[in-house]
Design a protein around this ligand. Sequence first.
Ligand code: PGA
Length: 249
Amino acid sequence: MKTIIANWKMYVGAREGVELARATLSALGNREGLPEVVLCPPFVAIADVSGVIANSPVALGAQDVFWETKGAFTGEISVSMLKEFHVSHALVGHSERRALGETDAMVNKKIHALLAGGMVPVLCVGETASERDAGKAKETVIRQLQEGLNGVSFQKEHRLFVAYEPVWAIGTGRRAEVTDVVEMHKTIRKTVSDLLSSSVSVLYGGSVDEKSASAFLREQEIDGVLVGSASVRADAFAGILDATFHSLS
Ligand code: PGA
């Protein structure tokens, strides 16, 4: 099954989020063989979006989480607070958070907290343009996986996504070549399997839109896509969902 994760970033608040969630439900309709769809609204929209998608196959994700369970941590949100609103997934280590100071060590604490709380981490990894130009793309991604997953003891009930998002492809309209993505996904699978003795779903993210989605989704090696700016345009997101159905048929 392919997975489509929508990262709404700081693009929409609660009012528009409710409309987008409704549009997603109507785009999915009651077709056979639905993809797994996860919507990641900003925190302030989570309660309202949770209400809209209740009793639907669409899942709810957070864009971030804090690793502590409770306490004096102004501005932070814990796993159990998210679970009150039926949030099942959380992005971790998105490059826009790494750019604001999130380290691999912080990513690692978040992954531990999510798995301990029964949530699904979506670990975002990817190289910058200069790392790619220096021939260090794989090295960077392997380091992010090793440090992000350090000490994780992966149990049968755990689930984890890795999203390969080259930093230079995010929000730029400059997508990675499908062949390069496939190659990196193989590296990610091998690294995670060595680290966790488990298989993992690997998504691609970076300027995916309704026109480019099918080129990624028809690859067996690509389990789905993580979509940013196109996910807040209802027609574009509906087009990406359509591409998923076509890639399955
Ligand atoms: P983009 O963002 O689709 O706008 O490039 C992807 C992401 O940041 O997850």
